[in-house]
Design a protein around this ligand. Structure first.
Ligand code: SF4
Ligand code: SF4
Length: 81
């Protein structure tokens, strides 16, 4: 309950260069305080706030910088391989 999982959709080119694994990003809505830091820092504008909770946009792209992970001080964002 309260945990949403989103799968990355744009890994084709970057994956070849960086050898990164495709993984999912999970947002724990119970931990999310709606501070908006993930929304502000993501270079791909992947996040949005919906009713005070962080959410990944439907067609978001991700470059695996993990800036959002560092920005969230509430342990609401998790990367899962
Ligand atoms: S940085 Fe963390 S607590 Fe703040 S809106 Fe994003 S997921 Fe929620
Ligand atoms: S890892 Fe980087 S590009 Fe991907 S969602 Fe987080 S801040 Fe955005």
């Amino acid at each position: 309950m309260g945990i949403f999982s989103f799968f990355k959709k744009d890994k084709d080119k970057e994956k070849v260069e960086s050898h990164e694994e495709v993984h999912s990003i999970q947002i724990n809505a119970e931990n999310c305080q709606g501070c908006g830091r993930c929304v502000s820092v993501c270079p791909n504008n992947a996040y949005e706030l919906i009713e005070g909770k962080s959410s990944l946009k439907e067609n978001f792209t991700c470059r695996d910088c993990k800036v959002c992970l560092a920005a969230c001080s509430n342990d609401a964002i998790t990367f899962v391989n």
